[in-house]
Write a protein that binds this ligand. Structure first.
Ligand code: HEM
Ligand code: NAG
Ligand code: NAG
Ligand code: NAG
Ligand code: NAG
Ligand code: NAG
Length: 328
């Protein structure tokens, strides 16, 4: 037999092994998923906003280099990390990931990646906030790069078309982008990201006429006219009706002129996306089904598998590089 033909099955076998799969830790760390769930449940009981924190962390991780935990790396004086990009993205929840990692290192050292922790914790938080429960394939490895210059995420004032260029580049359809933005069904935005809509929309010295006037008044009071540093800037819920529940209500709010970020409003105003917004707004279960599928897809973006990358011991720092052996 031809050598290439003979090797072909082995080649495919190695490909099959080098990918995400369900229950990846079932023999190496069988309690991994239950330990993660327990920590997320504990936190969620006292702080329901953890769901929003994790969802955004997962998005910002996956959209930069792929879901490789590059977002978790702390900056050092020598090496700035993704956390140093922009207003360091106001991503939060890192201490929960640390807590889980510590518990997992005790249970089974060097086995469970930080990238999988973020993915599983996000999945668990969604289910604890009224969202769908779903299985996620695992086996992600942690990356060895985290560079603020690589952070290129969409901004809140983009048009639908501009935002779509980011999502299309990652392999998402327009409908999938609308589905992913349904994550704005939970969590908050700092006023600095939408204050112009309240006081001076497009230089008019007037509020955005497309925002519900009662909401404009409420947010004007809540935010104040002047920009503040992000640490002291007030925040507002992204979903005005069910602020901490993973549901389709975000879309109905958008259709009522109650989208907070301009991009959220634009989804309901743009001909190319308003149909999806109406569809999800009218179909609670349909949204949840599509949302879980798109979350699994996002969680699979450019993952490191097999022997790539590493399993970090501390999610905030790369493992020490083994010193090259001396003598030669
Ligand atoms: C065009 C795409 C997107 C834009 C422009 C955008 C923009 C923003 C902005 C400006 C904030 C407020 C941040 C702050 O004030 O600290 C925010 C919050 C949030 N975003 Fe997005 N986002 C986008 C897509 C997504 C996606 C795909 C997800 C998840 C799948 C997501 C999840 C969240 C969550 C959960 C929050 C609330 C965070 C919290 O409460 O801490 N976003 N987003
Ligand atoms: C782990 O899962 C794989 C595939 O799902 C299965 O073949 C294997 O028997 C399981 N191992 C344990 C220890 O449950
Ligand atoms: C969650 O809380 C329970 C009850 O207080 C505790 O037994 C458990 O160890 C906690 N889990 C984690 C992972 O912190
Ligand atoms: C963001 O920067 C502020 C100020 O430099 C710092 O206090 C905060 O811890 C940083 N956040 C993250 C997540 O690194
Ligand atoms: C957030 O949601 C909770 C629960 O539905 C509700 O009691 C609370 O009033 C909401 N907060 C705001 C500011 O809308
Ligand atoms: C959007 O659709 C409306 C109604 O069908 C139409 O009047 C309008 O011209 C369309 N706008 C664009 C930019 O296609």
């Amino acid at each position: 037999m031809d050598l290439q033909l003979f090797l072909l099955p082995f080649f495919f076998l190695s490909l099959v092994n080098a990918q995400l799969r369900f229950n990846f830790y079932n023999s190496t760390c069988p309690n991994a998923e239950s330990i993660i769930k327990s920590a997320v449940t504990n936190r969620s009981n006292t702080d329901p906003s953890i769901t929003a924190a994790l969802l955004r962390m997962h998005f910002h991780d996956c959209f930069v280099r792929g879901c490789d935990a590059s977002i978790l790396i702390d900056s050092t004086t020598k090496h700035k990390s993704e956390k140093d990009a922009g207003a360091n993205q106001s991503v939060r929840g890192f201490e929960l990931i640390d807590e889980v990692k510590t518990a997992l290192e005790k249970e089974c050292s060097n086995i469970v990646s930080c990238a999988d922790i973020v993915t599983i914790a996000t999945r668990d938080a969604i289910a604890l906030s009224g969202g769908p429960a779903y299985a996620v394939p695992t086996g992600r490895r942690d990356g060895r790069t985290s560079n603020p210059n690589e952070v290129n995420l969409p901004g809140p004032t983009l048009s639908v078309l501009q935002a779509f260029s980011f999502f299309q580049a990652k392999g998402f359809t327009l409908k999938e982008m609308v589905t992913l933005l349904g994550a704005h069904t939970v969590g908050v935005a700092h006023c600095l990201f939408f204050r112009d809509r309240l006081f001076n929309f497009r230089g008019t010295q007037k509020p955005d006429p497309s925002m519900d006037p009662d909401l404009v008044s409420k947010l004007q009071r809540q935010c104040g006219r002047n920009n503040l540093p992000i640490a002291t800037d007030p925040t507002a819920f992204l979903d005005q009706n069910t602020n901490s529940t993973v549901d389709n209500e975000f879309y109905n709010q958008v259709l009522k002129g109650k989208g907070i970020l301009l991009i959220d409003h634009n989804l309901g105003a743009d001909n190319s996306t308003v149909g999806f917004v109406k569809q999800f707004g009218g179909d609670a279960n349909g949204f949840l089904q599509d949302f879980k599928a798109v979350m699994v897809k996002m969680g699979s973006l450019n993952v490191l598998v097999g022997n790539a990358g590493e399993i970090r011991k501390n999610c905030r720092v790369f493992n020490a590089t083994p010193k090259p052996s001396k003598g030669k």
